[in-house]
Write a protein that binds this ligand. Structure first.
Ligand SMILES: Cc1cc2nc3c(=O)[nH]c(=O)nc-3n(C[C@H](O)[C@H](O)[C@H](O)COP(=O)(O)OP(=O)(O)OC[C@H]3O[C@@H](n4cnc5c(N)ncnc54)[C@H](O)[C@@H]3O)c2cc1C
Length: 310
């Protein structure tokens, strides 16, 4: 259960309140605001706040005094031009803030995205919840034989059960020892009055990496698209990819024109090296080119053939 009844009530109360503003708002994102989208077994992501919409991108690009927008098709055309030609700063005019609950090993990947503002739940100040990520059986895969950073066949039978047992038992044992070292009753008083208990900042080092943490994470649209292009990609690990996929759906609701341009010019696009382009030109001219005469390495050749669907 990612959220308690009290937390759900807080969110519901926040969603009831409305405010008038002169700033632009996006009804589709307003609908999602504050709501927790569950991910993994105990995680979630929710939008806490945002600034700007598609019009903010064109406004900034035109450095306009007023709304700065023209016909919807003209604005979308400008956004597509900006995306195609890698103009980044107009997209930086839109900002968004998320509340994310995620396992610590996913947080370690996420935090590598430096162009963001982060405030994490303090395990020096507070006690972490007894919540660990245990993969669904479909995600319990062997090491990939062809990709050192990937997964292969799904584990089955007794092997899968043993892995799940180890994950649960180890996380539970480590958490039990964490709780014992803290020596805190639920009301904050010592569980065993004869002991002082270890400081929270030290006791936490005993927790497993599948323990959940939480943070507020704020970034601009340009850097968010960079995050999504790397983490919603097939090369990214499933556990971070599903957060990126959910963010992508939020981007679609928030800035639909930028989303379409991003889908076409970034997500669905490929980059060819100068050598790959030369090979493509030779092929289009009718020459039978194979890897041996292409000048490309086997890996580059395979990547190029995959990109052109051969
Ligand atoms: C599939 C995958 C596998 C990965 N494997 C590994 C791995 O094995 N080991 C590992 O360590 N990391 C790994 N990473 C992390 C990766 O190398 C990046 O650190 C991470 O994706 C953040 O990307 P970023 O730098 O573009 O994002 P951000 O940090 O958000 O930066 C955005 C952009 O801002 C600029 N920028 C930010 N900070 C600076 C700076 N200090 N100096 C100059 N320019 C800056 C850069 O142009 C950068 O592209 C992996 C990432 C992916 C997606």
């Amino acid at each position: 259960m990612p959220l308690t009844e009290a937390q759900l009530a807080d969110i519901a109360a926040q969603r009831e309140a409305t405010a008038t503003t002169r700033r632009v708002t996006v009804p589709a994102l307003e609908d999602m605001l504050f709501q927790a989208f569950p991910l993994l077994d105990h995680g979630f992501i929710r939008v806490i706040d945002y600034m700007g919409d598609d019009s903010a991108i064109v406004q900034a690009a035109r450095v306009s005094y007023g709304r700065g927008t023209r016909r919807v098709s003209e604005d979308a055309g400008l956004i597509r031009y900006l995306m195609r030609h890698r103009h980044s700063t107009p997209f930086e005019m839109c900002e968004i803030k998320f509340h994310v609950k995620l396992p610590i090993f996913v947080a370690r990947q996420w935090i590598r995205h430096r162009m963001a503002n982060v405030n994490e739940y303090s395990a020096r100040y507070s006690v972490l919840d007894r919540e660990f990520y245990i993969p669904a059986p479909a995600q319990l895969a062997a090491q990939s034989a062809i990709n050192r950073q990937g997964r292969g066949e799904v584990l089955e039978g007794e092997e899968a059960e043993q892995v799940l047992r180890l994950l649960r038992d180890d996380a539970t044992q480590c958490y039990d020892h964490y709780a014992a070292m803290l020596n805190e009753a639920p009301d904050g008083t010592p569980a065993d009055p004869s002991r002082q208990g270890l400081a929270r900042e030290l006791a936490r080092m005993n927790l497993t990496l599948n323990t959940y943490t939480q943070w507020y994470w704020k970034t601009d649209l340009h850097n968010l698209l960079n995050f999504v292009s790397l983490r919603a990609d097939a090369h990214a690990q499933y556990e971070i990819r599903i957060y990126a996929d959910t963010i992508l759906a939020m981007i679609k609701a928030w800035v639909p024109a930028a989303y379409e341009a991003f889908k076409d010019y970034r997500l669905g696009a490929v980059t060819f090296s100068a050598q790959m382009l030369a090979v493509l030109r030779r092929m289009l001219a009718g020459e039978a080119v194979d890897q041996a005469v292409s000048g490309l390495s086997k890996r580059e050749w395979a990547e190029m053939m995959q990109a052109v669907g051969k």
